[in-house]
Design a protein around this ligand. Structure first.
Ligand code: GLU
Length: 277
């Protein structure tokens, strides 16, 4: 299936924006991108889709605000930086969605929230209420309280957990890469974009996984982890380049190539029956 076909079929869509997508080359927050993205989300919502955004960028926004802290690697400073940046980030999202006559709402979550059944129920109810009322939830990791936040790929996994929790039909990860390549396209001109992944374990043997990106905490491996989580719950995942102009709109119209991880068709059956079909 192409990204366009997967989006057409989906009603409930979680979209993750990585720090690299949100940041300009100078490391400051890209407000033009946010405004354009909000208008593309509004177009999806007007087609009857429901959207939840998982937004990275607290650190990037913090550094844009207090540039003198860039060299402070100490965990308390990093967490304080995220506390500062999160406000700036949400301010920009509120303004961007506001221009589309949409309200934005903030949820800051940690891994522990997904491990507690009362909390997950509350998160689910809040998400359902917000979305039913036409509000766009914007989720990030609660960076200022989660000490293990700064390990690889939190928001890739966070968006996958959110998609499963909300029973989404699709997760879209916007990163600064076009999708999964057979090798690093920057160093190997013969690297080919893998457009469809049906079997993640087989994929791992076919590709060379390189290091992580500069601003975000994720890398290819965390995107694959996220895909494992969602596809096992019957939710397909699209990995696309959010740096491309109007990436969401182009994905919807079939103009942007990406990698689609197809859902495991038997996932629901296996989950209910506790075995394999
Ligand atoms: N939560 C982090 C932030 O907002 C980013 C984590 C990630 O990029 O995966 O800066």
């Amino acid at each position: 299936m192409t990204p366009q076909e997967v989006i057409d079929k989906a009603r409930k869509i979680v979209i993750k924006i990585g720090s690299n997508t949100l940041a300009k080359n100078d490391g400051t927050i890209n407000v033009d991108f946010m405004e354009s993205f909000a208008s593309e989300c509004a177009a999806l919502i007007s087609r009857g889709k429901q959207v939840i955004v998982v937004s990275s960028g607290a650190q990037v926004a913090g550094l844009s605000t207090i540039s003198g802290w860039a060299h402070k690697g100490d965990i308390h400073y990093r967490q304080a930086l995220c506390a500062i940046g999160q406000v700036e980030l949400m301010d920009k999202w509120r303004e961007s969605f506001g221009k589309q006559n949409l309200h934005a709402a903030q949820l800051l979550l940690t891994k522990e929230d997904f491990m507690d059944s009362h909390r997950t129920l509350n998160i689910r109810n809040t998400l359902f209420t917000l979305v039913d009322e036409g509000v766009v939830p914007v989720i990030n990791e609660n960076d200022s309280v989660a000490t293990d936040e700064f390990c690889i790929g939190d928001n890739d996994n966070l968006s996958a957990l959110t998609a499963v929790l909300w029973s989404a039909d699709l997760l879209i990860l916007f990163s600064d890469i076009d999708g999964i390549y057979t090798d690093n396209p920057k160093t190997n001109e013969n690297a080919v974009l893998v457009e469809t992944v049906e079997n993640i374990n087989e994929l791992k043997n076919q590709i060379t996984i390189n290091g992580k990106s500069s601003f975000g905490t994720g890398g290819i491996s965390t995107k694959i982890e996220a895909a494992k989580k969602t596809t096992a719950s019957g939710i397909p995942l699209i990995l696309a380049n959010g740096k491309k102009e109007k990436a969401l709109e182009k994905l919807c119209s079939g103009e942007l190539k990406a990698t689609v991880f197809t859902a495991d068709e038997n996932a629901l059956f296996n989950a209910i029956m506790g075995g394999s079909k």
